[in-house]
Design a binder for this molecule. Structure first.
Ligand code: ARG
Length: 460
């Protein structure tokens, strides 16, 4: 039997292979809630515009809600013959209430229906992703407060550069995640536009009220141009590209944590419940969670290229190519959510080895720039002081010493401007403390920063 709701002008049934090739129900079934929400708003509007009767609206809404529960509880078999989620739900509605159900699609097309569903879906997940990012920011703020005074070596070229506060390091990532949240909030404004009522491409001859469906679906306003709103997937691209930045940030911190966990660094330990073993090497404890976050980055970037390419040559307005927008969108949502949940759990349980980080900073001569600056403040030109400190390092390495092992007499041999006030400079804690300006690594600045992040989190 030909079940197609569009079969009217066809003499032949759809080829079975073509049916399989063109179906999207296996992918878009997850949109059932949004589809029903959109249909309820649509029929409410049809009734308010006098296009369906009160009792018709009531029975349609009641039945749609029952269908929603039945899909949720797997009591409806969603059929590939019915192509997609929209046709499956509408057919089920018609099966249950007959001709009244056939009125739902008045003044609507699947073209505006699908993009409405997608906008609702994207909006919901933007809000969820923001929540997950905020949780990570909260953990970062707590850890940074705890470690405002903890010293670690900062790196450039991945070589020890200058000592920094561990709190300062962690807040660098909080800054990135804050920008990601701000990007999502901005993207949400462009997502939150109502395409419903655009119908197939040009609008409809029925006297509909697109402001009402916008209000019912909590969209900010109806879209400006029906042709545009049917064919536009910029919002999906913008959302995925924002997710690319999020996962890129997650990947960077994961990479650093993997290195910091390596016994040769020993800066960080994770609970065993977050590590995995090897099937052959009994000693192994591997950071697979972090590696997978790093690994999934490629996949999310690929989704961006996927959707960009899908959109590239499409003429206005709807083409079936658009059905391919769902896979990259859903895959991005699934994976970014998993990565954020995983990282949120992991950061909460991370334990930093303060002693090891401290010793590495000392051994790595990380205060060399401070010593050079000390000489500059005494009147030595910077290039000269750079060279003098270089020779101090050479000397220390030969004698297997650190700066703080040098006696005052030894120190004075490097320049006659060096006096006992150098002791203050050689104290690594002071290297942090003296960088006490906005954005600097001093524990006081870290604490100020923690407060401003907390305020931001609270306000959102
Ligand atoms: N399954 C389709 C999609 O995901 C729904 C829209 C179908 N519209 C059409 N004119 N064939 O894009």
């Amino acid at each position: 039997m030909n079940m197609k709701l569009w079969k009217g002008c066809f003499k032949q049934n759809l080829n079975k292979f073509v049916e399989q090739f063109t179906e999207s129900i296996t992918v878009d079934r997850r949109l059932y809630k949004e589809d029903i929400e959109g249909s309820i708003a649509h029929v409410t509007m049809l009734h308010s515009c006098g296009l369906v009767k009160e009792e018709e609206k009531e029975i349609i809404i009641k039945t749609l809600k029952e269908i929603e529960v039945d899909i949720e509880q797997n009591r409806i078999e969603l059929k590939t013959e019915l192509e997609d989620i929209h046709m499956n739900i509408e057919s089920e509605l018609i099966k249950r209430i007959g001709d009244t159900g056939r009125k739902l699609h008045t003044g609507r097309s699947r073209n505006d229906q699908i993009v409405t569903d997608l906008r609702l879906y994207t909006r919901k997940h933007i809000d969820f992703i923001i929540e997950l990012l905020l949780t990570i920011m909260k953990h970062l703020a707590n850890l940074s407060e705890k470690h405002a005074k903890t010293i670690m070596p900062g790196f450039t070229h991945f070589q020890i550069a200058q000592p920094i506060s561990l709190g300062h390091y962690l807040l660098a990532y909080a800054c990135m995640f804050q920008r990601d949240i701000n990007r999502l909030i901005d993207c949400r404004k462009r997502v939150n536009i109502n395409p419903l009522g655009s119908a197939a491409l040009a609008g409809t001859t029925h006297h509909i009220n697109r402001y009402l469906t916008a209000k019912l679906l909590h969209f900010d306003e109806p879209s400006e141009n029906c042709l545009d709103s049917i064919s536009d997937r910029d919002f999906v691209i913008e959302f995925i590209s924002t997710c690319c930045l999020i996962v890129m940030h997650l990947s960077r911190i994961s990479e650093e944590f993997i290195i910091f966990m390596n016994p040769q660094f020993n800066f960080l330990s994770l609970p065993e419940s977050f590590l995995t073993g090897s099937s052959i090497m009994p000693q192994k404890k591997n950071p697979d969670v972090l590696e997978l976050i790093r690994g999934k980055t490629g996949r999310i970037y690929a989704n961006l290229i996927n959707i960009l390419t899908t959109m590239k040559c499409q003429t206005l307005a709807y083409n079936r190519d658009l059905q391919e927008d769902k896979l990259p969108l859903f895959d991005t949502v699934d994976n970014i959510v998993m990565c954020l949940v995983a990282f949120g759990k992991l950061i909460e349980k991370s334990i930093f080895n303060e002693q090891e980080m401290y010793e590495t900073a000392i051994k790595g001569f990380s205060i060399s720039t401070d010593v050079a600056d000390y000489l500059v403040k005494k009147g030595v030109p910077f290039r000269t002081s750079h060279e003098i400190v270089g020779s101090m390092i050479k000397y220390c390495k030969e004698k297997h010493k650190t700066f703080s092992d040098l006696t005052l007499t030894e120190l004075k041999t490097f320049h006659n401007f060096i006096s006992d006030d150098i002791i203050d400079i050689l104290c690594i804690e002071n290297s942090l403390k003296f960088k006490n300006h906005v954005g600097g690594t001093s524990p006081d600045q870290v604490k100020i920063s923690v407060q401003s992040f907390r305020l931001y989190i609270q306000k959102i």
